[in-house]
Design a protein around this ligand. Structure first.
Ligand SMILES: Nc1nc2c(ncn2[C@@H]2O[C@H](COP(=O)(O)OP(=O)(O)OP(=O)(O)O)[C@@H](O)[C@H]2O)c(=O)[nH]1
Length: 208
């Protein structure tokens, strides 16, 4: 609201005029645009940028308070053949189904992002890797049991999931994301449709 003094011909203020402008609509539009810039248009999950920001925040909190958290790196198995067999549109429907199940399973217990084409990441506060792996296994089973209903029929899909927790020697969030990716790679390499926790490779020094 702005208030303007109104003067008579001698310059003496005789009245004040109040001008009120309703900014509700523009504020709502601003919030809407902000939400849009943080979400992926296809799945409505957090986009990579927004997920990375959450990860930065969780990492800063861990450094301040020691509050542990874990991440999941999730990738749909053999997704190229889903696209090849059913077409890109049905592939998109499969991505949306995985997004929907992730949101349902992690509801208030984690933040879900679509961080690549057929890749998802989940940040789970207050959980170490073994707690996060149990949740990941629940998610994997839900996805495996679901059908993606498309105009070309029902599609069944599976996912591979890598799990890692933040540790004191991490210097940046990327460190634990890389471990989750390594665990994901192990899950793929070992036959897919499984959850793997990151395990440090046993080096010669460890054996000595
Ligand atoms: N429909 C659809 N496909 C996508 C999207 N983003 C990426 N892809 C496809 O996802 C596929 C990923 O394939 P690859 O990385 O080769 O892996 P994959 O076939 O899933 O095999 P594995 O990961 O080894 O199990 C590619 O064919 C991409 O074109 C998207 O937004 N929509």
């Amino acid at each position: 609201m702005s208030i303007l003094p109104l003067r008579d011909k001698n310059g003496v203020v005789t009245h004040f005029a109040a001008i009120e402008r309703d900014v509700t609509e523009s504020k709502e539009r601003e919030l809407e645009l902000d939400e849009m810039s943080r979400h992926d248009a296809l799945s409505d999950l957090l986009n990579r940028r927004a997920f990375d920001q959450l990860l930065e925040d969780a990492f800063a909190k861990f450094q301040d308070t020691g509050e542990v958290f874990s991440v999941l790196a999730i990738d749909i198995d053999h997704f190229k053949s889903v696209n090849d067999q059913y077409g890109h549109h049905c592939g998109d429907q499969a991505i949306c189904k995985v997004a929907e199940i992730c949101k349902k399973v992690f509801n208030t217990s984690g933040s879900v992002g679509r961080t690549g084409g057929e890749e998802f990441s989940i940040l789970i506060p207050n959980k170490d890797a073994s707690g996060a792996a149990l949740m990941a296994e629940h998610l994997r089973r839900n996805i495996e049991a679901a059908s993606v209903i498309t105009e070309k029929g029902a599609i069944r899909i599976t996912t591979s999931i890598g799990v890692s927790e933040v540790v004191i020697s991490d210097t940046k969030p990327l460190d634990l994301m890389l471990r989750a990716d390594k665990a994901l790679y192990t899950a793929k390499h070992n036959g897919r449709n499984q959850v793997r926790e990151f395990e440090p490779e046993t080096s010669i020094c460890d054996l000595a």
